[in-house]
Design a protein around this ligand. Structure first.
Ligand SMILES: [Zn+2]
Ligand SMILES: [Zn+2]
Length: 91
């Protein structure tokens, strides 16, 4: 069984387990919302068809992005070893 790694994304606590993403509830501590594919089990999703957990889970499913040491921003893609934002070398 893979170790559970809790991550902090957009100030939310996030766990990813076997394709399922769990996002800690802010209103109800100790509760985790399950996000699977493009669905979440929270009330907000039920009413609006979208919610914050979904956005956070989507981000959690992206591979870790490198952070530029110069400008401190996350870089979408390494562009020939350079930061696409400030153009500084990333190595
Ligand atoms: Zn939700
Ligand atoms: Zn940069």
């Amino acid at each position: 069984m893979a170790a559970l790694v809790e991550r902090q994304i957009q100030s939310e606590r996030v766990l990813t387990v076997n394709g399922l993403t769990l996002v800690a509830s802010k209103t109800c501590s100790g509760t985790w919302h399950q996000v699977s594919g493009d669905r979440c089990d929270c009330k907000g999703f039920e009413h609006r068809g979208t919610c914050r957990h979904l956005a956070v889970a989507l981000e959690a499913q992206q591979p870790e992005r490198p952070v530029c040491t110069k400008c401190g921003r996350q870089v979408n893609r390494l562009f020939a070893g350079q930061c696409a934002i400030c153009r500084s070398s990333l190595d």
